[in-house]
Design a protein around this ligand. Structure first.
Ligand code: H79
Length: 433
């Protein structure tokens, strides 16, 4: 346990030290197409997505890093595929859980660092169709279920690979091996972008394993943008966005914050923003993980992300049988009750209306502002510092109760009244003049 702690600390220090660095290789200028720009707006409108970490590691029920952290040899790890048989997997059920929670898109691991492909691929035998008794392609089923229910589907794709020799040798400087690995990734990305209908986003991860390497992003990004110009590219590289990125990601953090240790020195860009977070501690299924976040914490994360103009990609790690654990399903159901009532204040809004406020945040749609009071005020008023835009009316969320307000040059006072309920999120609606 101590050792893992040390590894983590070392990892975090390394990440922090390098976060400010830019990608070492020049990238060609990138001009997104009109369709891509439109897809970015749609992405921002959706606000809330489900992240899914699922692979053969799920069998060991100890997170997605288990191969590395438990030092499992390649051949022994391969054996996991022999007993991966998720008979309970039901794509429609997953999509329903996401949709009922108010999520508008799903981002699923097509291949994680352990090299196991969760889809039908000709580029590697270590995949769910060829190497497991299950023998089917769950991403195909998920793509169909998503299409049916109007949920966008995105693919997580690991740049880093713990298993392939071409990755390992390429990392050591063998150029031929490295080119082979890049070719492998291109072949898989082509499959992902041609066999599953429209893909909303390719979500890269693992850059930080070799910050100085030439990842051939010029070729990889142009391949994606050529095959599917409206597919957005997100790269969880923990550095400033590089030309070709369409979305900026923030792992375990709100945009501009660095509690997770991954975003040190990273500035918020003009790109669409996305925070990703776990529902407990780990991404992949863990039977030991009991750090369940509460419904209120998750709603606050969603609201705060929206206030900072970002999306929330909230993770579940399904179990090896294909089911999402009941703790997550229950909490997501409660989040869904909230989003179904108050979604108007989240979906299609934009943020950054004001700087940070200690009571909460604000989202905006056209002339309507939603003041989200996340901490019950200790005074009979809420003071929005530096907010001086002229307000025409202030009401409760349902519009039924008027809220008094006073505007001055330092900011705006709102007087929500004594029945104001901010136990989860007290929303005051402002109409601007
Ligand atoms: O896919 C999920 C993670 O597996 C991946 N990104 C998210 C979306 C990720 N990989 N690495 N990191 C995130 C950060 C690495 C943290 C580390 Fe550690 C600290 C690696 C070693 C020390 C966390 C704790 C992982 C192993 C122990």
């Amino acid at each position: 346990m101590k050792k893992i702690g040390l590894i983590c600390l070392f990892g975090l220090i390394l990440f922090s030290a390098n976060a400010q660095k830019k990608y070492a290789y020049p990238m060609p200028e990138y001009t997104p197409t009109a369709g891509n720009l439109e897809a970015r707006e749609e992405f921002q409108d959706m606000k809330f997505g489900m992240f899914i970490h699922w692979g053969v590691y799920s069998i060991l029920a100890d997170g997605e890093w288990v191969m590395l952290l438990k030092k499992i040899q390649k051949d022994n790890y391969s054996r996991l595929a022999d007993f991966f048989n998720p008979q309970e997997f039901n794509a429609e059920e997953w999509v329903k859980i996401a949709k009922d929670a108010g999520m508008k898109y799903i981002t699923i691991t097509s291949r994680h660092h352990d090299s196991f492909s969760m889809f039908d691929t000709d580029a590697s035998d270590f995949n769910i169709v060829d190497a497991t008794p299950y023998g089917k392609d769950p991403l195909k089923e998920l793509a169909e279920a998503c299409k049916k229910e109007g949920i966008k589907l995105n693919f997580y794709y690991s740049l880093l690979d713990w298993r392939r020799d071409d990755y390992k040798d390429g990392k050591k400087g063998d150029e031929e091996a490295w080119n082979k690995y890049v070719g492998f990734m291109k072949a898989q990305l082509t499959e992902l972008l041609t066999n599953y209908g429209e893909v909303g986003c390719i979500w890269f991860d693992g850059h930080w394993d070799q910050k100085e390497a030439n990842w051939h992003y010029d070729e990889i990004y142009s391949l994606i943008h050529k095959l599917s110009p409206n597919t957005l590219i997100a790269n969880n590289h923990h550095i400033q966005p590089i030309p070709g990125d369409d979305v900026q990601t923030f792992e375990r953090d709100l945009p501009g914050e660095n509690h997770g240790g991954f975003n040190h020195g990273v500035e918020v860009s003009q790109l669409p923003l996305e925070s990703c977070a776990t529902m407990a501690g780990k991404w992949g299924y863990s039977i030991y993980d009991k750090k369940f976040k509460s419904t209120k914490q998750l709603i606050h994360f969603l609201v705060k992300a929206a206030g900072k103009n970002g999306n929330l990609l909230l993770n579940v790690g399904p179990m090896p049988n294909g089911k999402i654990q009941p703790e997550f399903v229950d909490t997501l159901g409660e989040v869904g009750e909230w989003t179904s009532k108050y979604g108007e204040s989240i979906y299609g809004t934009r943020g950054n209306v004001v700087g940070s406020q200690d009571w909460g945040t604000i989202t905006k749609k056209d002339k309507t502002l939603y003041v989200h009071v996340l901490e019950a005020p200790s005074e009979p008023y809420i003071f929005i510092s530096e907010f001086t835009e002229k307000i025409a009316s202030a009401t409760s969320f349902d519009g039924k109760t008027k809220v008094k307000f006073k505007q001055m040059k330092e900011g705006t006072f709102l007087y929500p009244g004594k029945d104001f309920d901010a136990s989860i999120d007290g929303i005051i609606k402002l109409k601007l003049k």
